[in-house]
Design a protein around this ligand. Structure first.
Ligand SMILES: *[C@@H]1O[C@H](CO)[C@@H](O)[C@H](O)[C@H]1NC(C)=O
Ligand SMILES: *[C@@H]1O[C@H](CO)[C@@H](O)[C@H](O)[C@H]1NC(C)=O
Ligand SMILES: *[C@@H]1O[C@H](CO)[C@@H](O)[C@H](O)[C@H]1NC(C)=O
Ligand SMILES: *[C@@H]1O[C@H](CO)[C@@H](O)[C@H](O)[C@H]1NC(C)=O
Length: 955
């Protein structure tokens, strides 16, 4: 298995927009003379317009517009600038002030307005067409808000406009052709909106245009030839649209271009051989994810100002002939996923020219057709290099130990090549390494102990090589590891106990197909976050440890092809998330446990063991195509497709009940109980009081958040914001602009089985959430990302100090930081666990307690850690009567006095009734334990209830 490349590259894709936007910020506003003359005159229209502007602001955290009052002339109001002579408003500048509201159309009355700067706020609603009346307007900066609707065509009347910035909004419709009249426009930024239609040739009329940024929209059609008329254009960003056709030759006439960003479109054709001469000032050249063909022109060597060369995911072919030596500023060379390579012996020579690129940070050659060796000079690459990817090529030879000089490397991928020889000991020098992928090569020798120095390592991929010796115990020092893959090597000896203490492991631990011996130690119980454990095809022996039942995040458990013996521990019933369980080719004895039928397994292989007795016939056992029990000579029964012999003595058939049955029976029990209570109440209680209905309505309002906003908040899901990962996906730290609040964004990996379901369950549950100690969900996002994939995320309050990582990685419900009742739903659902019968048991328990106490779990009295469950638990056994619903009985003194002349029989029944009540409350408490493991088993619940009922009915 290879490390997931897609997440990595999508990071760069997202940079298409961002890299560009950053450059745009360099442009500074036209300086306007700020004046603040005290004036008694002033124009009433302006004053009214400003007050109307103020009135539409709903939230003003910095008190900007709330200070706008008649104590001061409006020319002195915060953010307002007036003309020196006429005292009319010339500029409104309230950018980045956290404002939330809409933009009043009255602004169209500020006829002297030259600058309207509202960027980085949360203005919603339409951009008022009245702005078209501002014939003196030069600067319109509305970027990074939540404006909706179209770009008003009336702006075409603002002939003085030089700057239109409406990027990062929710605008729809076309870019209005009317704007072609704006002959003074130098800057037009509409990126990150939902604009549609073609980029029409009117753009060619905007003869002053220097910047055109329209990336991240839904534009289609061809790039208009007329763009070539914009002789002043320096920045052209059209990435992440649906543009098609070839790049018009006229673009190459734009000799002043510094940014040309066309990534993520459907463009085809080849690059002009003379590009390096024609566009000599290019700094950012991004054309990834298109259908470009042909060679990378040699003339790229002339682009001496180039910072980013991003041509990944195209069909470029041939030898890399570029001499990078003259590209002194280059930081990112991203050539991945092409067909570059010629097979000529000198085709890796371009590497030596890279030595001169002292600013290089990213070198990504993944998935090309490169043949050759990595030269020793690789150690002389820029010390700033953080990512070096040469995986999925045809590279061979040994790994030069000089590579270990690149001490800022965070990611080193060499996988899927044919490198041979040892892994250099000096690898331990790469102290910043987070991902090391050497898998599927011909590496031999030992795994160096020094690997334990890589304390920041998240993923170690060494599978499918010829590594030998033992697994270094020093790996236990790498306490951030999420994944270890060592499969298909010649490793021997026991598995160091230190590996099992890495509770960070949450994605995969794969040691399969080695010669490992010894037992699976009980310390495996630390791997509480792990989704995949594969120790198959080794020489492991001993019992299956009970501790495995603590690994409740497990989805894939492969133990086949070893010599495990003993029976399957009953405690493994806790592994509710298990999907694939392979225990074949061991020496396991005993019965095939019934509980396997209650786990939603999609594949179960128990073949070639020593199982005996009856094969269950529920759950996974009903589908012969996903189970295998072959090669167990002493088993019988099962579904007929298994063609097993009948079992000689049929055991008394266990009553198998669906939850519905159980509920019916238990409700019936309760009803029986209540009926008896009622008759009892007849002789004991006279007055009947209704419990006060305090159940306050709890309706959390979940505002949906857009993908774009999450993208913004997390810096484009930047790896720097990554704070955790687990089998469900990733968690990023994010900052929401307008509130400035720090959040945790949990992004579900929908390719993983069950993630979508888990998202839905989590949403549903958290809709009803009511507990102060539980992390508060702020919002959710169910959308489509820029690649058209489904995208699901939940946004939580951010909890620093790693407690959040427990929420994301750990779904074990005994975790310390998180406890509590969420209405009727099990706490673990709130933490992302899948729907399970344990959760139903919880809900049932809460229902039971509600019936008994007459209080809803959402009752206002429950706060500060007290909830329905803890209330009931504390009352057991002596104070149970105190918490019972007054409807059922009334135990105040007065009433007790009134019962003095009760009959003896009545007293007996009263005692019985108390017993009954205590038992039922006990069951309610046992069912609603916070931790699923501690909860009562549903079959015991039924048993208990029946015996309680029977006892009661004996008289
Ligand atoms: C007007 O705003 C200023 C500044 O916030 C404040 O000090 C003053 O009290 C306000 N005056 C009135 C009449 O509200
Ligand atoms: C200003 O604009 C608004 C809305 O566009 C309009 O209703 C109002 O009459 C205009 N004139 C004055 C003097 O406020
Ligand atoms: C958007 O505005 C927020 C403040 O509201 C700011 O923190 C953020 O950097 C801005 N984003 C961009 C892309 O300018
Ligand atoms: C399997 O276990 C049985 C007893 O439990 C033992 O007799 C037998 O030798 C074992 N077979 C192997 C291959 O280990």
């Amino acid at each position: 298995m290879s490390p997931s490349i897609s997440s990595f590259h999508s990071f760069h894709v997202q940079q298409v927009c961002f890299a560009f936007v950053i450059l745009l910020h360099v442009i500074t506003p036209t300086p306007l003379i700020a004046t603040a003359i005290k004036s008694t005159g002033g124009n009433e229209t302006d004053r009214l317009a400003l007050l109307a502007f103020k009135q539409k602001i709903m939230y003003d955290p910095q008190g900007v517009v709330s200070s706008w009052n008649d104590s001061f002339h409006f020319c002195e109001w915060d953010g307002v600038t007036c003309g020196r002579l006429h005292s009319r408003v010339t500029v409104i500048d309230v950018g980045s002030r956290g404002l939330v509201g809409t933009l009043s159309p009255y602004v169209g009355n500020l006829s002297f307005l030259r600058g309207l700067r509202l960027y980085n706020n949360t203005f919603k609603g339409e951009i008022p067409p009245e702005l078209g009346r501002l014939f003196r307007l030069r600067e319109l900066r509305l970027g990074n808000n939540s404006f909706e609707g179209g770009i008003p065509a009336t702006l075409s009347r603002c002939f003085e406009l030089k700057h239109i910035g409406v990027a990062y909004n929710n605008l729809i419709g076309k870019i209005p052709t009317e704007l072609s009249s704006l002959s003074k426009l130098t800057y037009l930024a509409v990126h990150v909106n939902n604009l549609t239609g073609e980029l029409s040739s009117f753009i060619g009329n905007l003869s002053s245009l220097k910047t055109l940024s329209a990336s991240c929209n839904l534009l289609e059609g061809a790039i208009p030839d007329a763009l070539g008329q914009l002789r002043n254009l320096t920045e052209l960003g059209l990435g992440e649209n649906s543009l098609s056709g070839m790049v018009p030759f006229s673009i190459y006439n734009l000799s002043t271009l510094t940014v040309l960003s066309l990534s993520d479109n459907q463009l085809h054709g080849s690059l002009q051989p003379g590009i390096g001469m024609m566009l000599p000032h290019l700094q950012i050249f991004e054309i990834s994810r298109n259908f470009f063909t042909g060679v990378l022109p040699l003339s790229i060597s002339n682009l001496s100002e180039l910072i980013t060369l991003q041509v990944g995911f195209n069909n470029f072919t041939g030898k890399i002939t570029i001499n990078f030596g003259g590209l002194k500023n280059i930081r990112r060379i991203l050539l991945y996923y092409n067909k570059l390579g010629s097979g000529e012996p000198d085709e890796m020579n371009f590497m030596s020219s890279l030595v001169n690129c002292s600013n290089l940070e990213y070198l990504e050659l993944t998935a090309n057709l490169l043949r050759g060796i990595l030269p020793n000079s690789i150690g002389n690459l820029s010390s700033k290099l953080v990512v070096l990817l040469v995986d999925q090529n045809f590279l061979f030879g040994t790994l030069p130990s000089t590579i270990c000089n690149l001490e800022n490397l965070r990611t080193l991928w060499l996988y899927y090549n044919t490198f041979r020889g040892i892994i250099p000991t000096a690898i331990g020098n790469l102290k910043k390494l987070q991902r090391l992928a050497l898998n599927t090569n011909d590496f031999s020798g030992k795994i160096p102990n020094s690997i334990g120095n890589l304390s920041l390592l998240l993923g170690l991929y060494l599978g499918n090589n010829r590594l030998e010796g033992t697994i270094p115990s020093s790996l236990g020092n790498c306490q951030k590891l999420l994944t270890i893959e060592l499969f298909e090597n010649n490793l021997s000896g026991t598995i160091p106990i230190q590996i099992f203490r890495l509770s960070s492991l949450s994605i995969e631990l794969s040691l399969s197909q080695n010669h490992l011996s010894g037992t699976l130690p009980s310390e495996v119980d630390n791997l509480i976050n792990l989704a995949t454990l594969d120790i198959s095809i080794n020489n492991l022996s001993g019992d299956i440890p009970n501790g495995l039942s603590k690994c409740t995040s497990l989805e894939f458990l492969h133990m086949e092809g070893n010599s495990f013996h003993g029976s399957i521990p009953a405690s493994l019933r806790a592994l509710k998330g298990l999907r694939v369980f392979d225990l074949s080719r061991n020496n396991i004895t005993g019965q095939i446990p019934e509980f396997l039928g209650q786990i939603a397994l999609t594949s179960l292989n128990l073949s070639f063991n020593n199982f005996e007795g009856e094969v269950p016939i529920t759950g996974v056992f009903t589908n012969a195509s996903v189970i295998s029990v072959a090669g167990n000579s002493r088993i019988c029964g099962g579904i007929s497709e298994l063609k097993l012999p009948r079992c000689a003595i049929k055991k008394s058939k266990e009553v198998k009940m669906s939850l519905a049955h159980i509920l019916i029976i238990s409700v019936a029990s309760i009803l029986v109980g209540i009926t008896l209570i009622s008759s009892f109440v007849f002789c004991w209680v006279k007055k009947k009081r209704k419990a006060p209905s305090t159940g306050s309505q709890m309706e959390e309002q979940f505002l949906r958040v857009s993908y774009q906003r999450l993208l913004k908040a997390t810096n484009g899901f930047s790896p720097d914001n990554l704070i955790g990962a687990g089998s469900f996906g990733y968690v990023y730290k994010g900052i929401f602009d307008q509130e400035g609040s720090t959040v945790a964004v949990k992004v579900f990996n929908l390719l993983r089985h069950g993630a979508s379901k888990s998202f839905m369950a989590e949403c549903e549950t958290l809709r009803n959430i009511r507990h102060r100690n539980l992390l508060k969900i702020i919002t959710s996002c169910s959308s489509v990302d820029f690649q058209g994939n489904d995208f699901r995320a939940l946004v939580y309050e951010f909890m620093p100090n790693g407690s959040l990582e427990r929420l994301t990685d750990t779904f074990q419900s005994s975790s310390n930081g998180i406890r509590g009742t969420i209405g009727y739903t099990a706490p673990e659902y709130g933490l992302g666990s899948e729907i399970s019968t344990d959760g139903d048991v919880y809900s049932y328990g809460i229902c039971l307690l509600e019936i008994m106490t007459g209080r809803r779990p959402t009752d206002g009295m429950f706060r500060d850690g007290i909830n329905l469950h803890s209330l009931a638990r504390m009352a057991i056994p002596d104070n149970v009567m105190e918490i019972l619903d007054q409807v059922l009985l009334n135990n105040n003194e007065e009433e007790v006095d009134a019962t003095e002349n009760m009959t003896r029989q009545c007293q007996n029944r009263a005692n019985k009734m108390k017993e009954f009540m205590v038992s039922v409350v006990k069951i309610g408490v046992a069912c609603s334990m916070e931790s699923p493991q501690e909860r009562m088993d549903i079959s015991n619940v039924v048993h208990e209830l029946e015996s309680v009922r029977d006892k009661l009915l004996q008289h």
